[in-house]
Ligand binder design. Structure first.
Ligand code: NAD
Length: 499
């Protein structure tokens, strides 16, 4: 049995039955059966259900957010702007664009002038979606809406910490009159997740930690199941000396402390140019001191996570980092940790190398942008990064040199809600893309159909092998790819004769 605990006050808000391995297999079999009809429906019909879902979600935004707040500890604003709104933007994008993007497409026949070619975008079958606790609804819908529009059916395993939100989503999806078996939820733990990977599905989309992502990649590789991994981050923020103030200070606080830093793309390192460092650090410290636990700062989801944050901060301080604000747990109900700023953190401590997933920002002074770029890239992660400067051209040049899936200028977090933009990290932050047209294409099998319009007895290179074929092949190569125009002409003329 899973117990959902409100991290704000430690009270239990509900219990959920764990789905057994046998039940996971049954649900996948039902999804496979349902897919036959769902995948054969005209895309417009499938989109009609998604449009319904969009309307229902917007009507239920406030009541659904109540549950999201209770299970994740988010504030109402964070639930509305981080879960409901981006989900609506994405479903709306899918409804507006997938019919066009997924329509069969004629492609060029190249030099095979007698041929015609078409590419189709067919459903993969059953897509398994495994999600983390921090954005249960948005992350589930990001993959599910694309998968469903493309004609797949979905079986999803929510985090053991947030099953109620996704069971509620299943209810709303039922209300949107999706046929039975098209979207199913399997609450459970890591065993349930493993069972889903083993149950004969056609793709896994996993969002979560690097550690579990690596295991899933290996299990998928054994079974040749395509997978996409959306993993953790250690996202750097580069503040150049001409950064816009006070926006950069407020941006640092939002990027680092929104949802208490429990966002994959939270700002987890700041590199600030020397000339502006004092003003920037002073601003950040002053503004951080104004933030209130329970209002701006959400609770930490679990005791285990709280301990990890404390350990990283403690180690950094013991190794010489300067604590500027926060750093000590206050005695209060719920798992709260104060917003914390550390300065001059030694390079090889866990706080600078591993994901913290808490409201902690280490700030380092850099002498120039080269040093900022070098330090920002010195990480095994590469999810997002941000550059802050009034000089857009300069900021773009810095941005281009950062190893990350998304780089934002004078902004953070919010641009990731753009449904047109691709989402997905590099290095240990993952592989594969979600959202935008890339998200839709990640949910299809791309197939090529080609046919010859002329039904001659034989084509030029069919059997038997002859000298004439050799001459034809060589003439074609010369005719198509010679440097000089005369050689091309001669080659084509020879090819024509041989043909
Ligand atoms: P987690 O890796 O602990 O769990 C994620 C999911 O995997 C859960 O549903 C869990 O039950 C399941 N799971 C665990 N072991 C499994 C196994 N062996 N086989 C199959 N499934 C298994 O992550 P979490 O603590 O829920 O979430 C936090 C992490 O997620 C952070 O690292 C964060 O950065 C990352 N994250 C990444 C993105 C992104 O888009 N890149 C978004 C949100 C969160």
């Amino acid at each position: 049995m899973l117990s959902s605990i409100n991290p704000r006050n430690g009270t239990e808000i509900g219990k959920t039955q764990i789905v057994s391995r046998e039940e996971v297999y049954k649900k996948v079999a039902l999804a496979r059966e349902a897919q036959k009809e769902w995948g054969n429906k005209p895309i417009r019909e499938r989109l009609h259900h998604l449009r319904n879902l969009c309307h229902l979600l917007s009507e239920k935004a406030e009541s659904f957010s109540e549950l999201i707040m209770q299970e994740t500890g988010k504030s109402l604003v964070d639930a509305l702007t981080g879960e409901i709104l981006p989900s609506l933007f994405w479903i709306d994008y899918v409804c507006r664009n997938s019919e066009r993007l997924l329509a069969p497409r004629k492609i060029s026949s190249g030099f095979l002038f007698s041929h015609e070619n078409v590419v189709t975008f067919d459903p993969l079958g059953v897509v398994g979606i495994i999600t983390p606790w921090n954005f249960p609804v948005y992350i589930t819908l990001t993959s599910a809406a694309a998968a469903l529009a493309a004609g797949n059916t979905v079986v999803t395993k929510p985090s053991h910490l947030t099953p109620l939100c996704i069971l509620k989503l299943e209810e709303i999806i039922e209300e949107a009159e999706f046929p039975p078996g098209v979207f199913q939820v399997i609450p459970g733990d890591s065993t349930t997740g493993s069972a889903l990977v083993e149950a004969g599905i056609d793709k896994i989309v996993f969002t979560g930690s690097v550690e579990v992502g690596r295991k899933i990649a290996m299990e998928c590789a054994e079974r040749f199941i395509p997978f996409s991994l959306e993993l953790g981050g250690k996202d750097p923020m580069i503040v150049l000396e001409d950064a816009p103030m006070p926006r950069t200070v407020h941006g640092a606080l939002y990027g680092g402390f929104c949802h208490a830093g429990q966002i994959c793309m939270s700002v987890e390192r700041i590199y600030v140019a020397e000339p502006i460092a004092e003003k920037f650090v002073q601003g950040v410290v002053e503004e951080t001191a104004k933030l209130q636990l329970g209002k701006e700062i959400s609770p930490i989801q679990s005791q285990e996570q709280l301990l990890k944050i404390q350990t990283q901060v403690q180690e950094a301080i013991e190794r010489g980092a300067i604590l500027l604000v926060g750093g000590k747990r206050v005695d209060s109900p719920g798992n709260f940790y104060p917003p914390t700023i550390l300065f001059d953190v030694p390079e090889n401590v866990a706080l600078l190398k591993e994901e913290t997933f808490g409201p902690v920002i280490p700030i380092q002074i850099v002498k120039d942008e080269e040093e900022a770029i070098r330090l920002a890239n010195a990480s095994s992660y590469g999810l997002t990064a941000s550059v802050w400067s009034r000089n857009l051209e300069r900021a773009k040049k810095v941005a281009e040199q950062l190893h990350a899936g998304s780089v934002y200028i004078n902004d953070n977090l919010t641009p990731a809600a753009n449904p047109h933009a691709p989402w997905g990290g590099v290095k240990e932050s993952g592989t594969g893309k979600q959202r935008g047209e890339w998200g839709l294409y990640s949910m299809v099998s791309v197939r090529h159909f080609g046919w010859n319009r002329f039904l001659f007895a034989k084509d030029p290179f069919w059997f038997p092998r002859t000298k004439k074929q050799e001459k034809l092949a060589l003439s074609l190569i010369r005719g198509l790819f010679s440097r000089k125009f005369q050689d091309k002409l001669a080659g084509l003329w020879d090819a024509l004769k041989a043909f």
